[in-house]
Structure formats: C-alpha cells, structure tokens
Design a protein. Sequence first.
Length: 115
Amino acid sequence: MISGTVKAPSVEAANLDEVEAAGENCVVYRTEADINDFYAKLVKARGDPAKAQDLEQHPLKVYIPENIMTIDPQEKGIIANDYNINFYQNAYKRVVMWHLSQRHEVMLYRAINKP
C-alpha cells in the first residue's frame, strides 16, 4: 500500500440501487443473521489454518447495512451523544474489520427494514 502497488482498503457509502445491482464478485449482508453467521465462522477459524481457508473470499465489494446491530450510546456510558456517533455490536465490527484486513472495498448502505 505504501508503494502504491496495492489499493488501500476503503469504506464508502452506497445506495440500495447499487446493492441490488451487486454482481457475483460481491458479498451482500442483508440481516443481523448474515453478519452473525459470518462472525461465527471467523471465531471458529481463529488459529486453525484449515478453517481459515474457508473464509477466503475475493469480492470486489462488500455491502453491509449501516443501520443494524447498533448499540444505544447510553449502554456505552455516553449520556450526551452530541456528534450522533453510531456504536455497533462486536460481531458487526469484527466482520467489517476482517473484510478491511483482506483489502475488500466495504460499502455501507441503509437497509430499508431495520430488524
């Protein structure tokens, strides 16, 4: 990345039209269950190279809803959330970070029906 030969991981916004048009080289998470399922695979693969190979994906883009698996700021001990910061459950953060570590382009979108 430093030499400019590899694209740095990125997080960008996407709209629903882009999500619906996602091709076969994309991963689309639509629900909490989708995220929790992949997170369970991450946990199982920890320290096991054979299981880690099952996680290997080479998507062009990863679409993940930005408005699910959030935590109320008061649960984090934050009384005044003046900056409207979103806090997320651990599984959500780990899945996003795993994709970024694989240099996948993460696209956040707003799901229509928040579970």
